[in-house]
Design a protein around this ligand. Structure first.
Ligand code: FE2
Length: 258
């Protein structure tokens, strides 16, 4: 089987192959029902989306979110991050109580069933990381990669040896909105391709690399290896998703965070 072909009925081996970048993605249709997606969208709009407050001066596109994410604190200290994480996780808990279900925990249960081992929320000194993030990316997302293994050692998730992203799409973005995943894992030296004062990389870094396009559809759950460079194309309509990261660490434990 080629790297590009997504897996639609995954086995335990497929989830390990995704960590090892032997396959592009695992795609589960109708992971959430249309009613569940509508309910989440209504609740998101009731809370209200906030802009991403990156430390970049030259942010290319506007993107919006609900809840906090570790990557906004990567350059800050654990003392700054964990109180915000606790606040965000509490807000997420209240959100889930209103929904009557917890989408991230449903993904965690799904992973445990398929990986045949426990999956936990990443922690550091008894404090939980954030683990679910709602994003609105109608205006696209620049080419980038996510890999906690390159973080400073004061973050417990820096012991991650392989990582993927999970996303459940909640709205139909109509035209566009594809996630493009390139078969090109991020290496330190690729940082020479960062463009200006943004988080985005030049497409030179993925030149001639094979890629797979994930087409968002409400209720669809997609996993891809987030160490691979990826980007989101702009869309005509609102593009809401909820997602996070899953990693395997040097002790072979599986953890979730975002
Ligand atoms: Fe990403």
């Amino acid at each position: 089987m080629s790297w590009i072909t997504p897996v639609e009925t995954p086995t335990t081996q497929d989830f390990h192959d995704l960590f090892d970048n032997k396959i592009s993605s695992i795609i589960i249709e109708n992971f959430l029902t249309p009613t569940e997606c509508e309910k989440i969208c209504q609740e998101i709009l009731a809370i209200g989306l906030s802009p991403f407050d990156y430390d970049f001066h030259d942010e290319a596109t506007d993107a919006y979110r609900v809840f906090d994410s570790h990557y906004l604190y990567e350059q800050k200290t654990p003392e700054e991050y964990f109180p915000k994480a606790a606040e965000s996780n509490l807000k997420y808990q209240v959100f889930c109580e209103k929904l009557g279900f917890n989408p991230a925990i449903r993904v965690k249960d799904y992973l445990e069933k398929h990986l045949l081992r426990p999956v936990s929320i990443a922690e550091q000194n008894g404090q939980q990381y954030t683990y679910a993030l709602v994003r609105e990316l109608k205006n696209s997302a620049l080419l980038h990669a996510d890999f906690a293994g390159f973080l400073d050692s004061h973050w417990s998730i820096s012991n991650i040896t392989a990582q993927y992203a999970w996303n459940i799409y909640l709205s139909d973005p109509q035209n566009g909105g594809d996630s493009i995943v390139y078969n090109k894992p991020w290496l330190r030296e690729d940082d020479q391709y960062i463009q200006g004062d943004t988080y985005g990389y030049s497409h030179k870094v993925v030149e001639k690399k094979e890629y797979y396009s994930i087409i968002p559809k409400p209720g669809l759950l997609a996993f891809f290896n987030s160490r691979n460079f990826h980007e989101v194309h702009g869309s005509s309509d609102i593009r809401l998703s909820i997602g996070g990261h899953v990693g395997i660490n040097d002790k072979h434990e599986i953890v979730m965070w975002i």
